[in-house]
Design a protein around this ligand. Structure first.
Ligand SMILES: [Fe+2]
Length: 306
C-alpha cells in the first residue's frame, strides 16, 4: 500500500512527493521522499552546477600555484596546467657546472640544451652530459653548437634527444631545433643561412599542428638584444630572425653569444638567451600549455659553482 503526500524539499526549490511503504506506514517518522522525474532532473542539474563550481575553483587554484615551490601540490599543478622548461646553453664541456645547475633548478618537465655542449669534444662527452640530465626531466632536447661537431650531432640523435631539423610534440607543445651557426671561421660547426633556413622549415613542419611552438637554436636571431658581442656588432642569424617574424613561435631558446644573455620579445615571440652555462647561467621558463603567448614566464638564473 502506498500513499503520496505533496510537500517541499529542504531547499524549498521544488515540490516533491513522499512515498509511504506498507511497513513504513506503521511508523510515520520513516517517511522518505519519492521525487517525480522532473524533480530528479532538477536535482541532478543542481548537483552538476555545484560540481562545476568546485572544479572551476580547483583549476583557478592550480593556475595561481607558485611556480617554483617544492610542495607536492605545485608538482601536480605543473603537470596539468603548465610546462616548466630549464634552458641551458654553452656548457663547453663543464660537467660540474651542469650538475650545479641541475641541483639548483631541480626537477622539471623538459630540459633543453641549446648547443655547445662540448668544447670541441667527442660524442662520449655528449653521453655524460645527457646522462646527467636524465634524472631531472622526462624529456631532454638538444642541438649542437659551433664548438660541437657532426659526430656529436649524430650521437644526440642516437640518444633520442637530437632535434636539429626535426620536431617532436610533448603534451601539445611542439619542439624543433637548429644546430650550428652561420659561417664564421674555420673549424666551427657552421652552415650557410640558406641551409639554416631549410633546417628550420623542416623541423617546424613536423610540429605545425601543436598548440605551442618552441624553437631550440644555438644561434640567436640577428639584430636583437641577444646577439650583440662585446665590441657592439650583431652576430646572430638572419635565417632565425626571418623564421621568427614569419612563423611567430611562442618561445625561442638560444645561446652562443655569452655576453648577450637576456630576454627579448619579437612580435608574439619570447626569445631567451640562456647565457654561458659553464659559468653557471641558465634559464627557467614556464610555458602555458593552452598556448597563451602573453602568459609565458621567464627567469634568468645562476647556480653557484664550487
Ligand atoms: Fe657557440
Amino acid at each position: 500500500m502506498t500513499a503520496l503526500v505533496n510537500g517541499l524539499n529542504s531547499s524549498g526549490l521544488f515540490q516533491a512527493g513522499f512515498q509511504l511503504s506498507l511497513s513504513e506506514a506503521r511508523n510515520p517518522l520513516t517517511l522518505r521522499p519519492a521525487r517525480p522525474a522532473m524533480a530528479d532532473q532538477l536535482a541532478a542539474g543542481h548537483y552538476l552546477s555545484i560540481i562545476s563550481v568546485i572544479l572551476r575553483g580547483i583549476c583557478r587554484s592550480l593556475e595561481r600555484a607558485p611556480v617554483f615551490g617544492d610542495c607536492r601540490f605545485n608538482v601536480f599543478a605543473r603537470r596539468f596546467v603548465q610546462m616548466v622548461i630549464i634552458g641551458i646553453s654553452d656548457l663547453h664541456g663543464r660537467l660540474n657546472a651542469l650538475k650545479a645547475i641541475l641541483a639548483q633548478a631541480g626537477e622539471c618537465d623538459v630540459i633543453v640544451l641549446a648547443g655547445d655542449l662540448t668544447h670541441f669534444g667527442s660524442p662520449k662527452d655528449a653521453d655524460s652530459i645527457i646522462e646527467a640530465c636524465r634524472s631531472f626531466a622526462p624529456h631532454i632536447f638538444a642541438v649542437a653548437g659551433n664548438c660541437d661537431n657532426e659526430g656529436i650531432e649524430t650521437r644526440l640523435v642516437e640518444l633520442g634527444v637530437g632535434i636539429a631539423g626535426r620536431g617532436i610534440i610533448v603534451d601539445g607543445v611542439g619542439f624543433h631545433g637548429l644546430s650550428g651557426i652561420p659561417p664564421w671561421r674555420p673549424g666551427m660547426y657552421q652552415f650557410s643561412e640558406e641551409t639554416l633556413a631549410s633546417s628550420l622549415r623542416r623541423g617546424f613542419e613536423e610540429i605545425a599542428d601543436s598548440l605551442c611552438h618552441v624553437l631550440v637554436t644555438h644561434v640567436p636571431p640577428r639584430q636583437t638584444n641577444l646577439d650583440r658581442v662585446l665590441w657592439g656588432c650583431h652576430v646572430g642569424s638572419y635565417a632565425v630572425r626571418e623564421f621568427i617574424s614569419t612563423c611567430q613561435p611562442h618561445l625561442v631558446v638560444c645561446g652562443h653569444v655569452h655576453e648577450g644573455r637576456g630576454i627579448d620579445v619579437q612580435g608574439k615571440t619570447t626569445i631567451v638567451n640562456c647565457g654561458h652555462a659553464a659559468s653557471g647561467y641558465y634559464a627557467k621558463i614556464v610555458l602555458p600549455q593552452a598556448g597563451r603567448q602573453e602568459d609565458i614566464q621567464t627567469e634568468l638564473c645562476r647556480a653557484d659553482l664550487v
